[in-house]
Design a binder for this molecule. Structure first.
Ligand code: SAH
Ligand code: SF4
Length: 393
C-alpha cells in the first residue's frame, strides 16, 4: 500500500430487519424501539410507556421471554412474541484461564464468530468487547490484524456481548431483591476485535444502551473506547458517546508508527495529538490513556520514552501511559521487550510526572490477552509472507 493510499472501510452491516422473520428488539435505541412498536400496531399514545416497560425487562432484569413481562397485558405479550424476538449472540465456547479470565467465543448472524473476554479484578471486573469480525487495519503486531474484516457488528451484537456476560456471571438482579452495587461486571473496554471508530454508529448506539440508567446502567466513565487513531471520529466520540478514550499510540516517530499502526499513513502523529488535545474538554472526561506496546528493538529505547513525553507535553494532554508487554501469537514478527527495558521506560515516564502502569497480561494461557484475539474458524486470513511484508521485515 502506498503512503497516501486511503484506508478503505469495505464494511457491510447486516440490516437489522431481515426480510422475513421477527425483528430483534435488542440493540434498538429508545426512539428506534418506539418507532418499531408503532409500526407494528402499538398505539402511538401508549408507545413511550411500553418502551419504558419493555426496556426495563430486557436491560434491567435480563428477561428474554415476553411471557415474563408481567406488567403488560397478556394479549399484548402474545402479540409482541409473534412479531419480535429478544436475541443476543450465542455462546459457542467458554474457556477459563488459571487467573480467572474468561474467554468466550460467540456466534453471530451469518455463522461468524467473535471473541469476548471477561477479566475479574479486585472489587470489579472488566469486559473486553469486540466491535468487528476481524479488522480492516493491519497493525503489524496484532493478531486480529492478520484476519480480514468480515463485517461490522450490529448494535445488538455489541450490547449483546454485555448481556451474554451478565448471563454467564449470573448478574441479573432478581425483582424485589435489594440492590447490590458490587458488580462483577463493572467496566467495559472496547478493546476486543476490530476498530470501534470504523463502526461508529453501532458502537455509539450500543454504548448508549449500556449507559441508560434504567437498564445496564454503566457510567460513561466506566467505558473506555480504544482506537488506533481514526482522527475525524475522535471529536464525534467526545460529543456523541462521552466515554473515556484510549489511543493505541505505540511509536514516537511517524516512520515507526507508519509500520506498526498503518492508519498513521493517513493521519500523522501531530494530527492525532491535536484531536486528542481537544478530547477532554469536549467530553468533559479526565485523562487519555496512551497504550504503548513494548516491542524489543523497535520502540523501546530511552529516546523513545523521552520523545513520548515531549509530544504529550507539547500538546498539553492530560495522560496516563499504559505500557503493554507484547503478547506473542503464532507467527508474530516481534518479541516482547525485556522486563528491564520495560521498567526503565516506565521510570522515565513516571519521573516526568505521568502514571505509567505496566499492564499485566491476563489470560495468556487461553490466548485471551491483548492483541491475541482472532477467531480460529475464520478462514479468510493472510499468509505469513503478507504479514511480514506489511511489517516491513
Ligand atoms: N482496534 C482498537 C482496539 C483493539 S486492540 C485499537 O487498536 O486501539 C486493544 C489494544 O491491544 C490496542 O492498544 C492494541 O494496539 C493492543 N494490541 C494489539 N496486539 C497486541 C499484542 N500482540 N500484544 C499487546 N497488545 C496488543
Ligand atoms: Fe485492528 Fe486495533 Fe488490531 Fe490495529 S490493533 S489491527 S486497529 S484491532
Amino acid at each position: 500500500m502506498s503512503a497516501k493510499a486511503p484506508i478503505t472501510q469495505d464494511v457491510m452491516t447486516i440490516p437489522r430487519k431481515l426480510p422475513e422473520g421477527p425483528i430483534n428488539l435488542v440493540g434498538l435505541t429508545r426512539p428506534q424501539m418506539r418507532e418499531t412498536l408503532i409500526a407494528h400496531g402499538t398505539p402511538e399514545k401508549q408507545a413511550k410507556m411500553r418502551v419504558g416497560q419493555i426496556w426495563q425487562w430486557i436491560y434491567q432484569w435480563g428477561v428474554r421471554d415476553f411471557a415474563e413481562m408481567t406488567n403488560l397485558a397478556k394479549a399484548y405479550r402474545a402479540d409482541l412474541a409473534e412479531k419480535f424476538v429478544i436475541e443476543i449472540p450465542e455462546v459457542v465456547s467458554r474457556q477459563v484461564s488459571e487467573d480467572g479470565t474468561r474467554k468466550y467465543l460467540v456466534r453471530i448472524a451469518g455463522g461468524h464468530e467473535v471473541e469476548v473476554v471477561y477479566i475479574p479484578e479486585e472489587g470489579r471486573g472488566t469486559l473486553c468487547v469486540s466491535s468487528q469480525v476481524g479488522c480492516t487495519l493491519t497493525c503489524s503486531f496484532c493478531h486480529t490484524g492478520t484476519q480480514k474484516l468480515v463485517r461490522n457488528l450490529t448494535s445488538a451484537e455489541i450490547v449483546g456481548q454485555i448481556m451474554m456476560a451478565r448471563d454467564d456471571l449470573e448478574e441479573w438482579p432478581v425483582p424485589g431483591a435489594p440492590k447490590d452495587e458490587t458488580r462483577l461486571l463493572s467496566n467495559i473496554v472496547l478493546m476486543g476485535m476490530g476498530e470501534p471508530l470504523y463502526n461508529f454508529d453501532n458502537v455509539r448506539d450500543a454504548m448508549k444502551i449500556a449507559m441508560d440508567p434504567e437498564g445496564i446502567s454503566l457510567s460513561r466513565r466506566r467505558i473506555t473506547l480504544s482506537t488506533s487513531g481514526v482522527v475525524p471520529e475522535i471529536a464525534r466520540t467526545a460529543q456523541e458517546i462521552g466515554c473515556l478514550l484510549a489511543i493505541s499510540f505505540h511509536a514516537t516517530t511517524d516512520e515507526t508508527r507508519d509500520v506498526l499502526v498503518p492508519i498513521n499513513k493517513r493521519w500523522k502523529i501531530k494530527e492525532l495529538l491535536q484531536a486528542l488535545a481537544d478530547y477532554p474538554r469536549v467530553s468533559n472526561s479526565e485523562r487519555i490513556t496512551f497504550e504503548y506496546v513494548m516491542l524489543e528493538g523497535v520502540n523501546d529505547t530511552k529516546e523513545d520514552a523521552h520523545r513520548l513525553i515531549a509530544l504529550i507535553k507539547e500538546y498539553n494532554i492530560p495522560a496516563k501511559i499504559n505500557l503493554i508487554p507484547f503478547n506473542e501469537w503464532p507467527g508474530a514478527p516481534y518479541k516482547r521487550s525485556s522486563g528491564n527495558r520495560i521498567h526503565a521506560f516506565a521510570d522515565i515516564i513516571y519521573k516526568a510526572g505521568y502514571a505509567s502502569p505496566i499492564r499485566t497480561p491476563r489470560g495468556e494461557d487461553i490466548m485471551a490477552a491483548c492483541g491475541q484475539l482472532k477467531s480460529a474458524t475464520e478462514r479468510a486470513r493472510k499468509s505469513r509472507k503478507q504479514i511480514e511484508a506489511e511489517a516491513g521485515l
